[in-house]
Write a protein that binds this ligand. Structure first.
Ligand code: NIG
Ligand code: FE
Length: 417
C-alpha cells in the first residue's frame, strides 16, 4: 500500500510516471458535469498516488519525467469497484435454475433446503485450495473488465471454522491476482441446518464466537446480515450489527430485497455503510438512508435473475440524494453473473439509471459503499492511482456496448497490471 496521501500537487517532472494526452472522467463531485470531465490532460503518479493533474496545453517536453505513457486521447476513469459479491462458493446451482424455469420460486426452493443451504453444503466440504480454484475465473473475469477493488462476502460456511475458511480464501485471492480485496463477514446469511428452529441460538454463536474471532484475527472489514423471512428478523440483525460495531467493524445489510422489513432504517440508524438490494424500500426508508449517508447498493443481476417485478425506488433515492452504487452480487443462486459492465448496463435498462449514474455507481459510490472514498473512487490529487484507460470516445460507452472490452490498461497504484 502506498504511504501517506499527497495533499499538494507535485510537479510532473517529480512524478514516477506520467500519462499524457488523456481525457479524464474524474467523478470529482466538485466539477460541474456528472462525469467530472477534464479533457486533454497529463496525469502524474508518485509513490502509487495521483500527484499531479495538468492540462496538456501547459506541458512541455522538459516538464516530463523519464517514464511517460501516451494515452492517445483515450479516457481514464477511476478503477472499477465491485462493492457486493459472494464470489467464493462451492459447486453451482444450475439444477435450481432449471427448477425455477419450471415455475418454482427462489423462496420455495430455499424453504425445501435448497438455495443458500445447498451452497453451504457444497462449500463446507471443499478445501481452501478448491474454493480458490473455483473463485479465480470469476475474479479474473472482473479483472478483465477493469475491476481494481472487489468486496467478497462469506456466508456459505455458517460455522466458525467454515466462515473463517471462506474469509481466508477471500483474502488469499488478493495475493494470487492483482486486485484489492475487501472482506465481509456474512455469517447471518441464513440459518444452518444444525440450528433449525433455533435461530436465536445461532445468533448467539454469531455474536459470541464468530464475530469476536473474526475481528480478533483481522479477517473482515465489515459485517453483513440478510434481513428477510429466509434470513433473520430485525431483532436478530440488530444484535449482529451491535456486536460488529462493538468490535470496530463496519456494518452493511441485505435489506428490503423480497419484502419491506424496515431493515434499511435499522441499519441506517446504526450507521451502516450501505444497504443493498432495496426493491421494497419505501419513502421512509429512503429518508433514513439519506439522513445517515448510507449508500444504496443496486443489484440488478439479482433483480433480473429472480425475475422480480418490483424495482428499487430510484426516483425516491434521487429525490433524497441517497448515493447509489451498482454491483454484481456474484453468487450461485440469484446472480451468477461475473460482469460489472453488464451490471452497469442492467442498471440503466432495468432501473433507468443514467449512464453517468451507472459509471459513478461502480466507481465513486462503490468506494463510498466500502468506506474507502478517501483513497479510491475518483480521480483527484492525493488518491491512490487505481485507474482504467479505455479505448472509447466517451465513458458513456461503458454501460452501452457489451460483448467486448474496450479496456486498454488497468492501473493499480500507478502500475499497469
Ligand atoms: O445477495 N440475498 C441473499 N443473498 C444472496 C443470494 C445468495 C444465494 O442465493 O446463494 C443475494 O442475492
Ligand atoms: Fe448479496
Amino acid at each position: 500500500m502506498p504511504d501517506m496521501p499527497l495533499p499538494q500537487m507535485t510537479s510532473l517532472k517529480d512524478c514516477n510516471r506520467v500519462w499524457i494526452n488523456v481525457n479524464l472522467a474524474t467523478f470529482d463531485p466538485t466539477l460541474p458535469d456528472a462525469y467530472g470531465v477534464r479533457t486533454q490532460c497529463a496525469l502524474g503518479v508518485l509513490n502509487g498516488r495521483i500527484a499531479c493533474i495538468q492540462p496538456m496545453s501547459s506541458v512541455t517536453a522538459t516538464s516530463l519525467p523519464y517514464d511517460v505513457i501516451d494515452g492517445h486521447n483515450r479516457w481514464l476513469t477511476p478503477g472499477l469497484i465491485d462493492c457486493h459479491t459472494h464470489l467464493v462458493f462451492g459447486g453451482n446451482r444450475a439444477n435450481e435454475f432449471e427448477q425455477r424455469q419450471q415455475g418454482k420460486s427462489y423462496q420455495e426452493i430455499a424453504q425445501k433446503g435448497g438455495g443458500i443451504l445447498s451452497t453451504v453444503r457444497a462449500t463446507r466440504v471443499r478445501s481452501k485450495e478448491q474454493l480458490i480454484k473455483s473463485a479465480l475465473p470469476r475474479l479474473e473475469a472482473l479483472i478483465r473488465e477493469g475491476v481494481t477493488t472487489v468486496e467478497i462476502k462469506s456466508g456459505y460456511g455458517l460455522s466458525l471454522s467454515d466462515e473463517i475458511k471462506m474469509l481466508e480464501v477471500a483474502r488469499e485471492l488478493g495475493n494470487r491476482v492483482p486486485i484489492r480485496v475487501k472482506t465481509t463477514l456474512l455469517a447471518a446469511h441464513t440459518l444452518p441446518p444444525e440450528y433449525a428452529g433455533r435461530p436465536d441460538d445461532y445468533i448467539d454463536l454469531v455474536c459470541n464466537e464468530i464475530i469476536p474471532t473474526v475481528a480478533e484475527q483481522g479477517l473482515a472489514d465489515a459485517v453483513d446480515a440478510f434481513c428477510e423471512t429466509v434470513g433473520f428478523d430485525l431483532k436478530q440483525c440488530e444484535r449482529v450489527f451491535r456486536t460488529a460495531l462493538d468490535h470496530n467493524l463496519a456494518i452493511k445489510g441485505h435489506t428490503e430485497q423480497l419484502s419491506l422489513t424496515r431493515s434499511s432504517s435499522l441499519a441506517a440508524s446504526m450507521g451502516a455503510l450501505s444497504c443493498d438490494h432495496l426493491e421494497y424500500l419505501d419513502e421512509t426508508g429512503a429518508v433514513d438512508l439519506s439522513q445517515s449517508g448510507t449508500v444504496a447498493v443496486l443489484l440488478p443481476g439479482a433483480f433480473y435473475y429472480l425475475k422480480q417485478s418490483r424495482k428499487p425506488p430510484i426516483e425516491l433515492l434521487r429525490r433524497f440524494k441517497v448515493p447509489m452504487a451498482v454491483a454484481t452480487d456474484v453468487n450461485p443462486g440469484s446472480s451468477p453473473l461475473a460482469s460489472i459492465r453488464l451490471m452497469m448496463n442492467m442498471s440503466c435498462i432495468l432501473f433507468q439509471l443514467s449512464a453517468a449514474e451507472a459509471v459513478a455507481g461502480t466507481t465513486r459510490e462503490a468506494a463510498r459503499a466500502l468506506g474507502i472514498i478517501d483513497d479510491f473512487g475518483t480521480i483527484e490529487v492525493g488518491k491512490i492511482a487505481d485507474l482504467c484507460l479505455w479505448d472509447t470516445n466517451h465513458p458513456n460507452e461503458l454501460p452501452y456496448e457489451l460483448g467486448h472490452s474496450p479496456l486498454q490498461q488497468r492501473i493499480l497504484g500507478g502500475d499497469i497490471v
